[in-house]
Structures are given as C-alpha cells and as structure tokens.
Design a protein around this ligand. Structure first.
Ligand SMILES: C[S@@+](CC[C@H](N)C(=O)[O-])C[C@H]1O[C@@H](n2cnc3c(N)ncnc32)[C@H](O)[C@@H]1O
Length: 301
C-alpha cells in the first residue's frame, strides 16, 4: 500500500464506529488491506458478522451485554472523549436554570448528565434507563439525594404517571423506533410550558450503516442513504446494534406535529483551541457528531 493511502486510512475516524467497525468497513471496500490484519482481528470480525443484531429494548438489552458494556465504559473513560468535551457541556448550556424544578433524564446511562443536573438545585431528577448494568453503575458512581434512578423502557414513559418541568435526554433518541409516539408521551408528561432538551447522533452519522468515515479531510465526507428514514444495523463496540435514522426534517416535524415550539437547534462545532489540542476533532469541521434540540411545550388551540 502506498504511503499516501496509508496516511489517508490513518485519518479515517468515526466516533461511533469501533476500530473493529472500521475493519468491517474496509473489508467491504478495500481488498488491499485485507492481508495486513492480524488473525485476532479477523476472528473478532467473523464473530461480529455472525452475531445477532440487538436492540436496546430486547430482553438482556445491548447495554447489558457484558462485552458491549465494558467496551462502552472504556470508550467513555478515554481522555478527550467527545461526550465529555462536546456533548455534555452543550446539553447543559441548553438546560439553563432549573432551580426547584422536576426534571427527568431519559436513557440516563450511568448517570453523568443526571448527576450534573442534580447539582443545578432542581427539586428532583429522575433518571430512567432500560439497562440493569447502567442503572447499577449510576447508583454506585453518580448518586445524590435529589436523584431517583428507575428502570423503564422509554417507550413506556407514560406509565410513570408523573408530571415534569423538563425532560432531558442525551444520546438515546436514535435507539427509539417510534419517535412520534415517545414524543407524544413526553408532551403528556410535561407541565404547561415545560421543556424538552435532547441530543442524538447527528443524522449525517446515522444515515449509513457504518457512520461517516472521513477519508480525506480536504475532500469532505461520504454520506449514504440520508434520505431514507428507517432501521440501521450498526457495528459498534464489537456488537451489532439497531439504531434508527431520521432526517433532520423528520425529527423537527415530529416535534412540531406534537405541539412543540423549537427554541434552539445545535450542531456543535469544536473551538479552534479544542482542535489545536486534539487534531482528531478536525473531522468535526466536515460533519458534526451531534444534533441537539431545545423545545417548549406549546399551548394547543
Ligand atoms: C449512548 S448511552 C447514553 C447514556 C447517557 N445518556 C449519557 O449520555 O451518558 C444510551 C443509553 O440509552 C439507553 N436506552 C436506549 N434505548 C432505551 C430505551 N428504549 N429505554 C430506556 N433506555 C434506553 C441505553 O441503555 C443507554 O444507557
């Protein structure tokens, strides 16, 4: 392989594909690197191909799979991970003042956002998630007196039977098949004038099965199937996971159709200082990783 090609491959990066995901991607597209992979990587790749695809709502949900869970924690523990540098600070900026308010964090994972919210003096924060492992960890590493962690499928939100001033959700919406129905439930559980704030993987990334690889920073990105909403089977963290792709217009229309007024839309771009410190972030200038929306429950006439 030529040195130029090698360096282009080194620049390939997608925060949503594991290294093994890249191996699978290249397997399909680039015969010349097949022979440079080690036997261990090939065994891993074969295992991924043979694995069943899992949904977050399956019994023994994907985040409860031991290997996936450990790989996810490893990813989140990496210094300079995008959740800590970009996603969580931006979502907290959108939250604003929640003193004395009742807040729910849907798909709270191990509770990093839930805990940060609890520090903003709300009356209480309820963190819900479908994964037993995530909730056990949340209770252990992110407890607070004003936090309640509960196991619940976000598709059954309405069964909580409680009203909130704010619904937050960080990086979960792309796991939901029927977003319209969930947003309808969110509207019902919000007090009048209550707010919904969420982030999700950017639709540019959810469009193709392999995310978006930046092969050449000067040439931009290769987006696949953006216009086709629907289920995607994605290889991530050594497993096959079901995610749902929706165009930006689909997401906005679901909010509008359910009587929300959109207050802010973010596609965060790292600052020049952040890029200087972490050159990997140059890819964010080609395509954003996250879409974030703040909306308020409007009055229905
Ligand atoms: C990428 S993690 C994000 C975790 C957390 N919000 C954060 O940013 O640290 C996605 C989380 O959503 C949860 N999740 C996915 N689908 C869900 C569903 N239908 N109901 C409840 N939780 C769900 C997963 O179990 C996982 O903890």
């Amino acid at each position: 392989m030529s040195a130029a090609k090698k360096s282009r491959l080194n620049e390939c990066y997608s925060p949503f594909n594991s290294y093994r995901g890249h191996v699978a991607d290249r397997f399909l597209s680039n015969i010349s690197i097949r022979w440079s992979r080690s036997v261990k990587e090939w065994i891993n790749l074969r295992m991924i191909i043979m694995e069943p695809t899992m949904r977050t709502t399956d019994i023994g949900a994907i985040y409860d799979d031991e290997q996936f869970f450990n790989n996810y924690l490893e990813l989140r523990a990496k210094p300079g991970n995008y959740n800590d540098l970009i996603e969580q600070p931006c979502i907290l900026d959108l939250v604003g003042d929640i003193t004395g308010k009742k807040v729910i964090d849907i798909g709270c994972g191990f509770g990093t956002l839930t805990f940060a919210l609890s520090k903003l003096k709300p009356l209480k924060v309820v963190g819900i998630d479908n994964s037993v492992r995530m909730l056990e960890l949340a209770k252990r590493v992110n407890p607070a007196q004003n936090i309640e962690y509960k196991r619940l499928n976000a598709e059954d939100l309405i069964t909580l039977g409680e009203k909130f001033d704010m619904v937050c959700s960080s990086l979960m919406f792309h796991y939901i098949e029927d977003l319209s129905s969930m947003v309808k439930s969110i509207r019902e559980m919000l007090c009048d004038g209550g707010r919904l704030i969420f982030s999700q993987e950017h639709p540019i990334l959810t469009a193709g099965e392999m995310g978006v690889t930046v092969t050449d920073l000067s040439e931009g990105v290769n987006i696949k199937k953006y216009s086709l909403d629907g289920e995607r089977h994605v290889e991530w963290l050594g497993k096959k996971v079901v995610k749902y792709h929706r165009k930006i217009s689909t997401i906005l229309n679901i909010l509008l159709d359910n009587g929300f007024i959109i207050e802010k839309i973010l596609e965060p771009v790292p600052s020049p200082d952040m890029i200087e410190e972490n050159k990997r972030m140059l890819t964010e200038l080609q395509r954003p990783s996250y879409l974030m929306i703040k909306a308020v429950k409007g009055v229905r006439k």
